[in-house]
Every structure is written in structure tokens, then in C-alpha cells.
Design a protein around this ligand. Structure first.
Ligand SMILES: *[C@@H]1O[C@H](CO)[C@@H](O)[C@H](O)[C@H]1NC(C)=O
Ligand SMILES: *[C@@H]1O[C@H](CO)[C@@H](O)[C@H](O)[C@H]1NC(C)=O
Ligand SMILES: *[C@@H]1O[C@H](CO)[C@@H](O)[C@H](O)[C@H]1NC(C)=O
Ligand SMILES: *[C@@H]1O[C@H](CO)[C@@H](O)[C@H](O)[C@H]1NC(C)=O
Ligand SMILES: *[C@@H]1O[C@H](CO)[C@@H](O)[C@H](O)[C@H]1NC(C)=O
Length: 510
């Protein structure tokens, strides 16, 4: 990374007695992301896969009442999932290894309540086929070049004494009710074992499973009080998958966005002031975050292509334009989009869902592939840090790199760049990125277009962060564009700026 390279150069210069301050990059501002979080920001859009007993019983929160045999997909094909997601431009998939009902999709040694104990699994074994759905999905993700993540529900109805399970009474699946601080047994120990099994799983090629995100759901539908040992879970994740982010209601590495409808508010801070051990933030605070907060805990939006999380026969997928609107209100506001696309009873993603994902992809590309600024475009800045255009000049906004940026001197917190397009061109949107490796700084910005004989403001923005996408409701014809940082809590450090030509979606946005 150039950031490290520059620090290194400073040290060398200082040691060898040359001009000591000539190329000093800005200091990191307050709290900055870990490398695992920076990599995660770059994923932006991935699939959530709810699959398991509920797929077959038609439930959303199954009550752990049906035996493993209920799981019986006639033509399960995890390759079809991964290939569909990769074709749709999704960069990963997160699978429900254990939903609230406690049924494990992998062959866990911690429970009898697992699909490995189903007739379906026995039949697969007889045919010499794997029946571990987590391993199968992880292998498919690898095969199609997308990342793999794991959902492991902390709330476990199967072990919760408050949830009666007469359906399992007298069977080998009727296991001790150890969930809850007041229950005998140690649920944190069970959960830690499950987490460890998943994070140390071996794939059939002998390699270790590679996990980008652990999704530790905050939901519970019972009054049983269970104190979760989040620090212990985090340590297990760090030990076995140091590059994986731990998603929870409020961290440690990524937070809930406060709703499950695929949107957030205009202003979004990547930081918050609380951890998983503190009282829970409300929906508004989760959406907005806390400016200059103590922890880098960016938001992820979990949303659904259908009404439910699990597949239900009567439901239909949303159309591409509805997904595009979600995208602009999540990814376009610096929040990752984790879009649920559930496999059906056959164990396949349905054609109509795939069609919606592709329609969405085409709309996205009709917007994002219309960038009109190339490296070398005529861009000038209000100023450049230490006058050093090679290191900090505005051309760095156009080079497509995530390790270079435009910045100004430390005592300047407002600044602008202007682009001269040469002739009048129609434009309809913008992408702006801060260089978040050095923190989140900007509180407001404007984008103006030169129309007739003067500049008019076409975007009044608040926070920027990892990435802002602004789409104009009407195309504007202009020869010059100005991006101004109008408020920042420290010297602004911008990584990218792109101007978008006419697109197919301007009417659906904002
Ligand atoms: C599950 O694991 C156990 C213990 O390793 C093994 O005996 C059993 O055959 C496995 N079940 C399946 C369906 O692979
Ligand atoms: C085992 O699986 C095969 C192939 O999916 C299927 O044709 C067969 O009916 C199954 N057998 C049982 C006993 O379920
Ligand atoms: C978060 O903490 C910072 C630093 O103490 C403080 O400036 C800020 O006001 C806090 N924000 C919220 C929303 O609590
Ligand atoms: C670049 O833009 C500036 C400001 O609009 C203009 O004065 C200058 O002539 C342009 N340079 C070129 C080479 O087009
Ligand atoms: C932006 O804010 C300025 C000042 O409040 C206002 O005059 C202008 O109309 C706003 N423009 C847009 C596009 O919202």
C-alpha cells in the first residue's frame, strides 16, 4: 500500500537528513478501519442465503419441532447458487449454517439436530456424495470466485426452555435446554464450539474454509435472558479467520443498519460509540452512526429480494428497478447491501429471482459504466498539499486507485476541484469517495454544474465516507463541474470523483 510506502519514505528522508517535511501525508483522523474492514467495504454487494428447515415447512422462525428428515431438497445445487450470484455481480454469499431453530446445515458434533441425521444425508452418503451443505456452499463460492460468509444464530430455539418442543419429545433430537443464564449448562460453550467447527472446516481439496463475514443475528423472540460472550466469539473468529469481519447489532466489525428494507438516511457515519456489550442503539442511531465515534463499525443493510427470508411458494421477487432503488439508498450511501435470495425446496435459486438480479445488474451498469472522466482530464484544485501535485494532486481522484488521494494542507478544511469538460456534455450523476484508510472527515459537500453563465448547485450532500453515489433526477448539460468540500472536521482526503453520463434510471431515484 502506498500509504505505508509514504510513511516509509518519510522515515528514510528524515534519517538521511533531507528536507524532513516534504512529503508528509495527513495523520490518520481519530479511528480508522482495520485492513479486514477496508477489504469488506470494497465488497459492497453480496447475497444472503436463507436455507434449511423453514424452506420445507413454510416458516420464517421454525419452532424446532420437526425432525431432520423434513430437509429433503430433490436437486440441491450450491454451484447454481454461486454461479447465479457471480453472474449477477454479487461478490459473496452468506449462508444460514444455523438459523433460530437450531438445525445445523453442517455435520456438527455438538448436536443430534442436524441435517446429517436426515434420510436425505444418508442417501447422499450411500451415493458417495457430500451432505454437508456449509462445505458444499463454501466450495461452490470458491469455484465461482465469490467470498463465503456464515450466519450462526446466537438465539437457539432448540436449546431455549421457553420454547416448548412436543414435536421432538422422546426422540434423540430432544436435547438439553441449556440456553439462558438461569439454565443448567453453558450455552456460550456450545456456541463457541459451533463457531470453531465452522471456522476450521476443511474443504474436500484439503484447504481450510475461507470466511469473509460472520453474521451474528441480534434477533430473539423469547424472554429467556442469555448473556452472550461476544469477546470470546470475536477471539475465536480472530484466531481462525483473522480477515473475517464479525457482524452484530453493533459490531465488533460491522453493524446493523437499523431496518431490513434496503435503505438508510442521507447522513451516514462509519463510526459508533458503543460495542456489542452496551445497551442497544435504536434504529435511527444505527442508520446514522456517530460522527467522530470511538469505534469503526460501518453499517450493512440486510434486505430481501422477496417478502420473506426463506423461500415461500406464494412470494415473488422484486423487480430490477426496486432493487436499484435499494442500491442507491444503501451502497450509494456508503452502506453494504446484503441481499437475501432464498433457494427453493428443490435447493435451487429460481429463474425469476435470477432474472431480477440480472435486470438489476444491467440497471446498475447503465449508471456506473457511464463515467466520463478519464485520467488526464482537465482537473484543477483550490490547492494541493505542500504544492506536491504528484503525491497529492487532483489527478489522483481519477486514477481508479484506492491508495492515492487528493488532499490539501492541514489547516484547510474546505477545498474544491473543478473539471473542465472541454465542451457541453449531458451528465446525470456523480460518485465521490473519501480515502477512509485515514478516517472519515467530511460533513458536507456540494456539486455544481456550470450552466449558461453561472454555477448552479446540483447536489447538496452531507457525509461521504467510503462511497457516495448521487443521481440527478434530470440530466444537466454542462461544460464545467465543481466539487466543493464545505465542511470537514480535519483536512479532507478524497480518493475518487467520477461524473456519470446519461443513464436509464434517473426517474427512479431521489
Ligand atoms: C458426520 O460426522 C460423523 C463423525 O465424524 C460421521 O460418523 C458421520 O458419518 C457424518 N455424517 C455424515 C452424513 O456425513
Ligand atoms: C436417493 O436419491 C436419489 C437421487 O436423488 C433418488 O432417486 C432416490 O429416490 C433416493 N432414495 C431414497 C430412499 O430417498
Ligand atoms: C461519540 O463520541 C465522541 C467522542 O467522545 C463525541 O464527540 C460524540 O459526540 C459522540 N457521539 C454520539 C452520537 O454519542
Ligand atoms: C483547463 O481548464 C481551465 C479552467 O476551465 C482552463 O482555463 C484551461 O484552458 C483548460 N486547459 C486545457 C488544456 O484545456
Ligand atoms: C443547496 O443548498 C443551497 C443553499 O441552501 C440552495 O440554495 C440550493 O437550492 C440547494 N440545491 C439543491 C440542489 O438542493
Amino acid at each position: 500500500m502506498v500509504r505505508r510506502g509514504i510513511y516509509c519514505a518519510v522515515t528514510l528522508l528524515a534519517v538521511s537528513g533531507y528536507v524532513s517535511n516534504a512529503q508528509t501525508p495527513p495523520e490518520p483522523y481519530l479511528h480508522v478501519p482495520e485492513d479486514r474492514q477496508l477489504a469488506w467495504h470494497g465488497l459492497e454487494y453480496y447475497a444472503f442465503v436463507h436455507f434449511g428447515h423453514n424452506t420445507f415447512t413454510g416458516e420464517e422462525w421454525g419452532r424446532s419441532q420437526s425432525p431432520p428428515d423434513v430437509f429433503n431438497p430433490a436437486s440441491l445445487d450450491t454451484d447454481q447458487w454461486a454461479q447465479s450470484f457471480a453472474n449477477a455481480g454479487m461478490r459473496g454469499m452468506i449462508l444460514t449454517a444455523k438459523h433460530h431453530d437450531g438445525m445445523t446445515l453442517w455435520n456438527s458434533s455438538t448436536t443430534t439436530y442436524k441435517i446429517a441425521n436426515s434420510a436425505w444425508a444418508k442417501n447422499r452418503t450411500e451415493q458417495g456424495l457430500d451432505s454437508d451443505v456449509v462445505r458444499m456452499a463454501a466450495e461452490s463460492a470458491k469455484k465461482y470466485g465469490i467470498r463465503f460468509g456464515i450466519y450462526l444464530s446466537p438465539w437457539d430455539i432448540h436449546r431455549d426452555p421457553a420454547m416448548p418442543k412436543p414435536g421432538l419429545a422422546g426422540t434423540i433430537f430432544d436435547e438439553p435446554q441449556i440456553f439462558g443464564d438461569a439454565s443448567p449448562g453453558d450455552y456460550n460453550e456450545l456456541y463457541s464450539q459451533q463457531l470453531t467447527e465452522l471456522l476450521t472446516m476443511e474443504l474436500s481439496d484439503g484447504s481450510q474454509i475461507d470466511v469473509f463475514e460472520l453474521w451474528l443475528d441480534g434477533a430473539s423472540g423469547s424472554d429467556t435472558v442469555q448473556t452472550f460472550d461476544w469477546a470470546r466469539y470475536r477471539d475465536i473468529i480472530r484466531e481462525h479467520q483473522p480477515e473475517a469481519v464479525m457482524w452484530g447489532h453493533q459490531g465488533v466489525d460491522a453493524r446493523w443498519v437499523g431496518n431490513e428494507d434496503g435503505y438508510t438516511l442521507e447522513t451516514n457515519w462509519h463510526t459508533i460509540n458503543v460495542t456489542q456489550d452496551d445497551a442497544r442503539l435504536g434504529e435511527q442511531d444505527l442508520m446514522v452512526g456517530a460522527r467522530d465515534g470511538t469505534y469503526w463499525t460501518p453499517a450493512e443493510s440486510d434486505a430481501r429480494i422477496r417478502d420473506g427470508w426463506f423461500w415461500h411458494e406464494e412470494e415473488k421477487p422484486k423487480a430490477g428497478d426496486a432493487l436499484m432503488a435499494m442500491y442507491l439508498k444503501t451502497v450509494g450511501r456508503s452502506v453494504a447491501l446484503n441481499l437475501d435470495v432464498p433457494p427453493d425446496k428443490r435447493g435451487l435459486i429460481q429463474d425469476e429471482d435470477i432474472a431480477s438480479l440480472i435486470e438489476f445488474k444491467e440497471l446498475r451498469e447503465s449508471l456506473l459504466d457511464k463515467g466520463i472522466l478519464q485520467p488526464g482530464a482537465n482537473i484543477t484544485a483550490s490547492s494541493v498539499r505542500e504544492g506536491n501535485s504528484d503525491a497529492y494532486g487532483p489527478q489522483n481522484l481519477l486514477d481508479g486507485r484506492d491508495d492515492s488521494y487528493w488532499t490539501v494542507n492541514d489547516d484547510e478544511t474546505t477545498a474544491w476541484v473543478e473539471i473542465d469538460l472541454g465542451d457541453v456534455r449531458p451528465i446525470s450523476g456523480f460518485i465521490v469517495q473519501e480515502h477512509i484508510g485515514l478516517g472519515q472527515r467530511v460533513g458536507s459537500y456540494t456539486i455544481e454544474a456550470f450552466v449558461g453563465s453561472e454555477y448552479t448547485t446540483v447536489v447538496n450532500g452531507t457525509s461521504i465516507g467510503y462511497k457516495r453515489i448521487d443521481v440527478l433526477s434530470n440530466t444537466v448539460s454542462t461544460s464545467r463541474i465543481r466539487l466543493s468540500i464545505t465542511q470537514s472536521n480535519a483536512v479532507p482526503v478524497l480518493q475518487g470523483f467520477q461524473v456519470l453520463g446519461p443513464n436509464d434510471i434517473s426517474k427512479t431515484s431521489r
